[in-house]
Design a protein around this ligand. Structure first.
Ligand code: ATP
Length: 512
């Protein structure tokens, strides 16, 4: 059986072969961690964005959207803390010349010790029946020793980061004897802080030009427009402002395909609430967002919450929705209770009041904020990786199929005239013209029907409709379903109903 690494590699090459994702500027050997979406990818990405937008904005009376500019006044990033603190600690190995995030090296080292503990527990589980895991973990000498190591490293690292003590961060790497995975050596440089924001200059004359940043998150565009939207939209608390758009981060270690990119798209919603009610809303948004993910129809075991223990200074609760990618459980979406930190910072730096008059309380206050923030590209990867299947069929042949949730599939219906004559293409064209208003459809006339089915399996088209000579006589067609490969003869005027059952986004939205 192929291992996860191979499957992931195959998924990446499949996504290129079928027009989902291309490396940016490939003819110039590519630009690292920047990607372009092709003809199939752009449709899937748009459908995910639409699904998010409809479920967040259209389905809620009290959530509206905006589209703020990528460039913002530079003071925005002073106020938000990004100018001073949006840093990753980095370290270079002098032999391999490879650069690493110091925090990631330490986390990976801790994960290895954790794996040892888990192995010990698994071994004992096999040996003893009944088995009390809590008791075992709190008494077994080897487990206790390893747990002590983990606690010590975590405490040292937390203290070092809080005090910005980079020499101590390096010392932890030295003390843990962490080696470079490439060179195997422990020949490390000092640790330095590296700001992740990209900068450029605005203005035509270099002396007058001022440094501006490409936004590292979309959220600040919402915060600075909070009052504009509240006043012009006559919004009453609790209410939300949603936005989708590009964000840019000069990631040091950009790996794992579109999981960590330097240019990516976020879908964020800031929900403004009465102070004191934020935990209620935080818990309710956690659930709402998890339900959204489960509507994809993948196995529920692929999702889990990861509550943050180390909270950012502005947050009073935070968690990630983690997804089981081919390289393990990783963050897919963040849900954060951000208190009134951002609005207060913008008040302070702009000198403008950003308050809401609550007529029920007869009182003005700076609202608290609960944020939901998901990466569109990461969501794309979650869908792509979970949908890719290499199936062995009963007749001994194989097919590659993408079981993309039908309502998100790039092409919903392929219309295939059996032969390219006898009036069949014209009939197929009629069907295409009927369905094209509601669905992205494709007409395909070349190659055998079998090959055309395979091509559409490979891009995840839920339905193929074959037009043959009988169609001309009795207005019936064959409809083939992607996952079961079952074929059925139906009359043309049943098509829209059958396709809509699975492929219409509205049906999924209704169940949320
Ligand atoms: P990570 O810990 O993976 O760097 P983060 O905690 O910095 O992510 P947030 O700032 O909370 O991420 O951003 C919200 C969401 O934006 C993430 O859950 C993720 O889906 C997405 N995201 C963040 N950075 C990237 C990136 N470099 N490439 C693609 N998506 C990203």
């Amino acid at each position: 059986m192929a291992n996860q690494d191979d499957i992931f590699k195959n998924t990446i090459s499949h996504s290129k072969e079928y027009g989902f994702i291309f490396q940016s500027s490939e003819i110039y050997d590519g630009l690292s961690a920047v990607y372009d979406y092709g003809q199939a990818g752009v449709e899937l990405k748009k459908n995910i964005r639409d699904f998010w937008w409809k479920s967040m904005v259209q389905m809620h009376q009290n959530i509206v959207g905006i589209d703020a500019a990528i460039f913002m006044h530079p003071t925005t990033w002073k106020a938000s803390g990004h100018a001073d603190a949006f840093n990753d600690p980095l370290i270079d190995n002098k032999d391999s010349k490879k650069r690493y995030r110091a925090d990631v090296l330490i986390e990976e080292h801790v994960a290895k010790i954790e794996a040892k503990i888990n192995k010990e527990v698994a071994k004992a589980k096999e040996r003893f029946n009944p088995f009390d895991e809590t008791m075992f973990r709190s008494t077994n000498a080897r487990v206790l020793e390893n747990q002590k190591k983990i606690d010590e490293i975590n405490t040292r690292f937390k203290n070092a980061m809080e005090k910005n003590n980079l020499a101590e961060v390096k010392q932890i790497i030295v003390d843990c004897e962490i080696a470079c995975p490439i060179s195997g050596s422990r020949n490390w440089t000092d640790v330095r802080q590296f700001n992740l924001m990209f900068s450029t200059s605005m203005g035509s004359v270099s002396e007058d030009a001022s440094v501006i940043y490409l936004r590292p998150e979309t959220a600040q565009g919402i915060f600075v427009n909070f009052l504009n939207v509240q006043k012009t939209g006559r919004m009453k608390i609790p209410f939300g402002i949603a936005q989708t758009g590009k964000a840019f981060r000069n990631e040091i270690v950009a790996r794992q395909f579109i999981f960590r990119m330097r240019e990516f798209e976020q879908m964020e919603m800031q929900f403004f609430v009465r102070p004191g009610t934020e935990m209620e809303w935080y818990n309710s948004w956690k659930q709402t967002r998890m339900n959204w993910h489960k509507a994809m129809g993948f196995s529920e075991s692929k999702y889990r919450f990861h509550d943050h223990i180390k909270l950012a200074h502005y947050a009073n609760a935070a968690c990630d929705i983690e997804f089981e990618f081919p390289f393990g459980f990783k963050e897919l979406e963040g849900i954060h209770s951000r208190t009134d930190f951002d609005l207060k910072q913008h008040e302070q730096f702009s000198g403008k009041k950003l308050q809401y008059f609550d007529s029920e309380l007869n009182q003005s206050y700076v609202p608290y904020v609960v944020e939901t923030s998901i990466g569109l590209d990461r969501m794309f990867l979650a869908i792509l990786a979970s949908s890719y299947k290499n199936e062995k069929l009963e007749d001994g042949t194989e097919r590659v199929v993408l079981n993309i949730p039908p309502f998100l599939a790039p092409v919903k219906v392929a219309v295939l005239p059996l032969v390219n004559k006898d009036g069949l293409p014209e009939k197929a064209n009629e069907i295409f013209s009927q369905l094209k208003f509601d669905y992205v459809c494709q007409m395909e006339e070349k190659d055998s029907i079998g090959k055309r089915y395979r091509r559409h399996d490979a891009i995840g088209t839920p339905y193929c409709i074959t037009v043959d000579h009988q169609t001309i006589q009795d207005n019936t067609v064959t409809i083939r379903e992607r996952d079961t490969m079952k074929q059925e003869r139906i009359v043309i005027n049943q098509l829209a109903t059958i396709v809509s059952e699975k492929a219409s986004m509205n049906n999924v939205l209704k169940k949320l």
